[in-house]
Design a protein around this ligand. Structure first.
Ligand code: ACO
Length: 377
């Protein structure tokens, strides 16, 4: 009977897909992407290699990678209608994620098949974000550069200066690190939409909507704000203690799945260390690592045995800040990476060929007597 069905609020613990794309082990602190432990490839691969790996389940040859790079570079320029949406949104100073969602919808007008749609989606998201951001800052948008890699071109379009090799490496490490993460909310959304035999653009627009929520993609900005609020190593313990005493959460710590240090935090901490070693704000780097040590120790006192450890958002904040990205672009930059994983999941779901259609338990009343409109009081 329906009323005896158990409701799995939040679908916690429910296995709703089989995937070869990523494996998340929260107890061991292990993230595997298409067979590779994250820490073995994130700081080596280009983002294009990672895309190829996810989409084809194999590493590309040099020729295959070059072809993917060229195909992406050829699709970077926005259509006039996409540009018009961005300009109209800038007049209202819309949130960047909302603009990304609206502009991505327009990409469906010119695509003819799934392969082209996937390329257009990946290639044009950085152009959408950079174009919007420059217009919002009162700057002229820049044309994409086909001679630059995906990551380098994004930094170029944002700043109008060619990034250093270290900056490109740091961004690629970030993009590789957050490209996929099991059946998270936005990936599930994309799979649900594509399972109805809808199109890729619709699936990705829905996934953007899911990602923009603060419970999913929105924590790195507040994590950085917390570090700036602390301001100096001497103040760290007092400020963090006071927050915990007020019942506030320390941003960038704790995770639903990981009960050890998030492996993505590990990879991003190393990337940040390299980036800041060269030309970064060394004082900020020292402060961040001190805040991390202090926060983890205080959280252990505050919630003994709960293993509240550093999560991905903490070092995302430091790394993206080190690349001079404003906090408003943290979640959009996450999206620029995650779209690669969403698309891979859509392809996988298409091969399953079965609509995702769970059930619900009815908790309303039954057998109500219908009353005509003119007889209701
Ligand atoms: N600061 C203070 N207390 C915390 C924190 C934190 N960062 N995280 C968890 N706690 C507390 C909880 O309130 C809970 O206390 P209670 O038992 O008295 O209610 C206890 O520790 C155990 O919490 P968990 O069950 O382990 O955590 P939960 O799964 O409920 O929440 C979450 C996970 C939402 C990530 C939480 O740790 C949090 O809010 N962290 C801060 C925000 C943040 O960094 N978000 C980004 C997460 S990364 C990502 O999602 C991509």
């Amino acid at each position: 009977m329906a009323t005896e069905m158990q409701v799995h609020v939040g679908l916690e613990g429910i296995v709703a897909a089989a995937t070869r794309l990523s494996s998340v082990d929260g107890k061991a602190g292990e993230l595997i992407i298409a067979g590779f432990p994250l820490e073995d490839f994130a700081d080596q691969a280009t983002f294009e290699e990672t895309l190829y790996l996810l989409w084809h389940d194999a590493l590309p040859t040099a020729q295959q990678e070059a072809t993917l790079c060229n195909n992406l570079a050829a699709q970077r320029t926005l259509a006039p209608i996409t540009f018009a949406v961005i300009r109209a949104a800038a007049e209202r100073k819309a949130d960047v994620m909302d603009v990304l969602r609206m502009a991505t919808s327009t990409l469906g007008l010119d695509v003819t098949d799934d392969q082209q749609a996937a390329l257009v989606l990946v290639a044009q998201m950085p152009t959408i974000v950079a174009t919007y951001w420059r217009i919002l800052q009162g700057q002229e948008p820049l044309a994409p550069r086909p001679d630059l890699s995906h990551a380098a071109n994004y930094l170029w379009m944002l700043k109008g200066a060619e990034p250093s090799a270290e900056q490109v490496r740091a961004l690629e490490t970030y993009l590789n690190t957050v490209v996929d993460h099991g059946l998270n909310a936005s990936t599930f959304t994309a799979r649900v939409i594509i399972s109805t035999q809808s199109d890729l653009i619709s699936a990705i627009v829905g996934a953007i909507g899911a990602l923009k929520g603060p419970l999913h993609g929105g924590a790195p900005g507040p994590a950085l704000d917390m570090v700036f609020e602390i301001g100096s190593i001497e103040r760290a313990e007092t400020v963090l203690r006071a927050k915990l005493e007020r019942g506030e959460r320390l941003m960038g710590f704790g995770h639903r799945v990981y009960k050890v240090r998030d492996p993505r935090a590990e990879v991003l901490a190393r990337a940040a260390q390299k980036l800041f070693a060269n030309d970064g704000d060394k004082q900020l780097y020292e402060l961040v690592t001190h805040v991390e040590r202090t926060a983890v120790a205080l959280l252990e006192q505050h919630k003994p045995g709960r293993n509240l450890q550093t999560n991905v958002e903490f070092y995302t904040a430091l790394l993206l800040h080190g690349l001079d990205l404003p906090t408003e672009l943290f979640t959009p930059t996450f999206t620029i990476s995650r779209v690669g994983g969403w698309l891979a999941h859509c392809f996988e779901q298409q091969s399953v060929g079965r609509i995702i259609r769970p059930q619900s338990v009815y908790t309303g009343v039954k057998n109500r007597a219908w009353v005509a409109a003119n007889e209701r009081h």
